[in-house]
Design a protein around this ligand. Sequence first.
Ligand code: TAP
Length: 482
Amino acid sequence: MTPKFEYAPAPESRSVVDIASSYGLFIGGEFVDPAAGTSFKTVNPATEESLADIAEADATDVDAAVRAARRAYERVWGRMPGSERGKYLFRIARILQERAREFAVLESIDNGKPIKESRDVDVPLAAAHFFYHAGWADKLDYAGLGTDPAPLGVVGQVIPWNFPLLMLAWKIAPALATGNTVVLKPAETTPLTALLFAQVCQQADLPAGVVNIVTGAGATGQAIVDHPGVDKIAFTGSTDVGRAIARAVAGTRKKVTLELGGKAANIVFDDAAIDQAVEGIVNGIFFNQGHVCCAGSRLLVQESIADDVIRRLKRRLTTLRVGDPLDKNTDVGAINSAAQLARITELTAAGEAEGATRWTPDCALPERGYWFAPTVFTDVSQAHRIAQEEIFGPVLSVLTFRTPAEAVAKANNTPYGLSAGIWSEKGSRILQIADQLRAGVVWANTFNRFDPTSPFGGYKESGYGREGGRHGLAAYVTEGSH
Ligand code: TAP
């Protein structure tokens, strides 16, 4: 089948959502100008067109946001019965559902991800996260966190650009359910859905200052981390920045949770249902352009079936449609930024230079915007950079193994430990291998499945702390008496 790599803008989608020409900071329940009056632009990565001017928060603005959050915590939110807090969370969840189309279109415009993913994954999961935590708000005594677990106070939250709304939900929902107030910084390249969420907080009549959104780049995040009035830092992003944050909070009273990078192995055994596994491999690495911390970026396939799996995988990849994120038929959207595209380009060039074999489906990419064709590397050795470093793009490195022991050894041969996948028809084998994998999440005969009830988080350099489920609540309360 001829690949379709066309880019046809879908102008009608823009009419679904209003994008203002400029946005202020959301502090104390209202949009305010930044103290220094500076701003930056957020760009549509599929067209390089500027979408809006975004206020840049400095330390003065962060201080104002932390003070607003402290006031809201002391006067209202920290004292409110859980049953009342739960009502606000239910209200937010319902508004997210009602405005789902707006959120999905805005997310795809600002981030570059295909609309079918923002519509079917990001936005419904974000709403589900609020529904789930709304249910916990009045049941915290039964969460196994000791009796009467108390909130921590003001929480600083810093999130990346790959799932802007969903990461916001992962951060804000448990913090609010447990009675904390929040100062959140979205990533510089994807602030728009966080700013629309600020409007949802207003619409839900959330008390002023319970949620504050401060936009900016790394320096804004650092100002949150360094602020003495913050009781806890929740961070999702790269391992390098995570390390810097761990150093910055060392010796302070601040609690910290870190969700960092990954280099997951997707392990296919010779008894797996191969077509199903091929779908799982494609979803594992090409979902969200591979901008996924738990992406199945290393395929470990048993030697006896490797040729067959690679042949079927390549055939499947020629049917993927790369292009306009707002087109419902698009499978692979735009790379989020020029900087990320440069990183992917650099690492894939290193893959070739180190001797791996590069393959992409025959394709023409749009001239404007940031694009990268789905790419598969074979003849990859464990020492190659493309087998060790997180590429965070639509690039799969294929390695082979002979025995289950070799599969485990190779899967664990990474500084990361976030996720893994196992494909096998034998339940006993799945349980045995899962037990030996040093990964926070192990999927069996599926990949990239998320649910608010299920804790998510890593080992080793993938960070510490869990998000989601009962375990995720623990990060937002003091240790109660058991
Ligand atoms: P980072 O560069 O680490 O950025 C993450 C966030 O931290 C952004 O909001 C960033 O601001 C901010 N930041 C940058 N420097 C900072 C500093 N010194 N102090 C405080 N905050 C700072 O990561 P990214 O490029 O956005 O995201 C990709 C990485 O996130 C990948 O490694 C990926 O694996 C990881 N990730 C992990 C998970 C989980 S759950 N483990 C989920 C998603 C992503 P600016 O963006 O404005 O610079």
